[in-house]
Structure formats: structure tokens, C-alpha cells
Write a protein that binds this ligand. Sequence first.
Ligand code: GDP
Length: 457
Amino acid sequence: MTPTEKELSKYPVVALVGRVNVGKSTLFNRLIEEKKALESPLPGTTRDVNYGLCDWRGERIVVVDTGGFVEKPKTEIEKQVYVQAEKAIKRAGAVLFLLDVKSGLNPDDKKYLAFVRKKTKSPILLVANKADRLTLIQDTYAKEWLSLGAGRPIPVSAASGLGVGDLLDILLEHFPSNKDRETSDDQPIKIAIVGRTNVGKSSIINKILGEDRVIVSETPHTTREPQDTAVTIEGHSYILVDTVGIRKKTKVKSTIEREGVARSIKSIERADIVVLVLDSTVSPAKQESRLAQIAVENGRGIIIVANKWDLVEEKQSKSILAYESHFKSYFAFIPWAPILFVSALTGQRTSKVLDLARAVQKEREREIPQEELTIFLNKAMAKQKPIWILGKKKPVVYGIRQETIKPPTFALAVKESPSIQYAYLRYLENRLRESYGFMGTPVRIFTEQIVKRLSEL
Ligand code: GDP
């Protein structure tokens, strides 16, 4: 079974790396308990980097076989495999680095290991494959292996399965158990509340914290960040990032310098959702669009909250829609960001802020099934094809695949990347938003140049 994007983010990823012929795919097949390697979910991509699920003692991990990966790719296929393998290594929570105990240490082993060490800070476990006999198991104590500086390799025989259970036991010690993950399935949503001084950030936060339905965690250190405020509302947890200073502001006057852009950037980087607070009576300025821009660049969800709504006098004559379009015009680059008019003074709609954050988080986690995406692409392309620019190669699109969530990111498989105009990617983004919403979240689409193998053409 091919893991879905959700599974990829839910379970620990383990990359199998090593030079050619050490037995990566044999171990991969052993781990996933299927005879055949899985097909890559993206039509047109190489089949040389495979993903599979491995279950062991009630735990589940995603294993990636980096297959025909070479350190210095020459052919197009090798280059593709390189890119995908590199991605897998960077994403992996642990790397199984395979060695061939039968043939002994090879100069390529050292080279590859150095490469992997550069790409990841995750634990790298050496695995001595082809240890099918006692003497070979004993060979794993040899100095040559220890010279790699990663301890004694764990002996296994991928072909017979010998030692694979022990390997999995050792591997799983590096990850929290599924049970811990199940409870964290409903992980707290991290929210950064940013904006200029005096727009009412502290007032909004204190209003929210004062609501009856909100339970403020009295042990902030449980969030590991003493600056954060952890709250629970009707069973859902939220972390208000870097709020302690802001909350106490009314008492401690000297915190204005703490609110500089640099500090906001740090909060944005730690958050899932950015709540950008404005003053309804003042037009937004550069600083606000800068903060929104940073949130987009970091792939964060964005909610615009216009505070001090109670001070707006012509509320009766002008509709809220007119106000909405006025404020939205300052944020034309994020037309998808919802806007909420609140009053921290009267409490009007302040309770909606965290509910909206929850809704936006769902959108950030939205995953479109592959079959639907393929139909979507066909329809979008039937309506409008990418323009063939004179002097450039003809644009050829093979397919689309969802690469990640948070934010939803899509790879468009094409024959020649430069042949696809940026405007066309925007067109696809707009169609995606029409079909699936994605309220409050950036959506990313990039092109991936794919070489089709002759056999697939
Ligand atoms: P911060 O610097 O963004 O944290 O802003 P504060 O929360 O300290 O608020 C700045 C000033 O605006 C204070 O005097 C608040 O009492 C006032 N204020 C905050 N929210 C509202 C609101 O919704 N309506 C009105 N009229 N005043 C507000």
C-alpha cells in the first residue's frame, strides 16, 4: 500500500540508503512484507524511489527505498532519483545506512555516508546486510566498520529476514510510540497574534482568555515554551505563541520594543496560524503587509482581525462588506485570507478568532486524493491549456500530485519546467481554490521536470 500524504506526516519516515547492490530493495520489501516495489504515485515519475508502510509491534513507520540513487547523477533518470532521494533523506526521522558485510567496506560507503551526514541531523543507523552466517555476524565487529564512526553495524539478512526484527526494535526506540502520536493527533494549533502596537492585541488575548469556555493551562512549561499560553476550548487545544509578554503589557509598560518585527517573525515561524490584528479605524500600513508576506513565505495560515469595531461610526450606513473590501484591498496578494471585525472592548466576535483558526488549520491539512486531482487537472487543462510561448519548448504536462500538507503543496509533472508560465500555475491555484476552498492557507504549486522512460511512453 502506498502511504498517503497524511500518513507521511503522521508516521516517522525512515530512509534506506547505501551504494548499489547492498540490498536496499530486498530490505525494503522485507520491511513492507510485499514482494513487489510500490509504484510511485505521480504518473511519469521514476519508480526508483519507493515509499511503503511497515508495521511492527503495533507501531507503524514509512520506509523509503532510495533505490538507484547515486551521489553524482549524470543521466536524467539519475538526477531525478537524486532529487527524490535527497528529499526523502531530509524528511527522514532516521536513516538506515546499508553496508554489505559479505563484500566488506567499500570506498563508496564512506563517500555516501559523508553525503548523508551532510543532509540530515537525524540518527543514522548502520546496517550490515547479508549477514546470513554466524561468521559474517561476527565480522560486524571488525575495525573497518567501526572506522565509519557510527558504532557497530546492526547485522541483518534482508534475504532471509534474520535480524530484521532486532533492527526494527532498535529503530523504533528512536521514535515516540504510535499511542503517543494518536493522542497528539489532535495537536494544539499554534497561533501567533501579531500587529502594530496599540491595535489591541493584548486586549483581544485577554478577552479570549476571559471567556467561560476557555481553560487556560496553569502550567505553561508543559508547552516547553514558557512564553506561550496554552488553552483548551471544548476539548481542542491551542497554543498562543509568545503571548506572556503581551498579556502582561498593561502592567509592564516597557515591552514596546519587544514587539518589533524581528520578534513577530520569530512567533510567525513557530506558528501554524498567524492572526494579523489591525485597527478598524486606521488604514493598514506597510508593516502589516510585510507581516502577512512573511506568514505566506513561511506557509502559515492567515486570519486578518480588524479590532476596535465598536469605534467605527458609519457601521449602519456602510455594510460590513464595504469594510471588508476596503481592508482586503491592502492585502490583494492574499485574497484567500478571511477577515473578522471584532471589538476587544465589547467582546463582539472575539470568541470567533480561535474557531476560525481551527477552520483554517483544517484547510492547511486538506489532502486531495490522487484520483480526484487527476480529474481536476484534466478539467482545468481542458478549459485552458498552458500557452506555448514562441521560441520555447512546447509545454507538456504529465500529471499533478500533492506533495505535502501544511501548507498544501502540489507538484506539476512536466516535460520541460521553463515551458510552463508562472501565470499558469496561478491559474491552477485559483481553480484548486474554487474546487477545494483552502480558506486562509497559502497553496503552493511547483513544476517538476520529469523524464519518461521509453517503456512508459
Ligand atoms: P496592543 O499594543 O496591540 O497589545 O494593544 P492594547 O491591547 O494594549 O490596546 C491598545 C489600546 O486600545 C488600549 O487603550 C485598549 O484599551 C484599546 N483597545 C483595545 N481594543 C479595543 C477595542 O476593541 N475597542 C476600543 N474602543 N478600544 C480598544
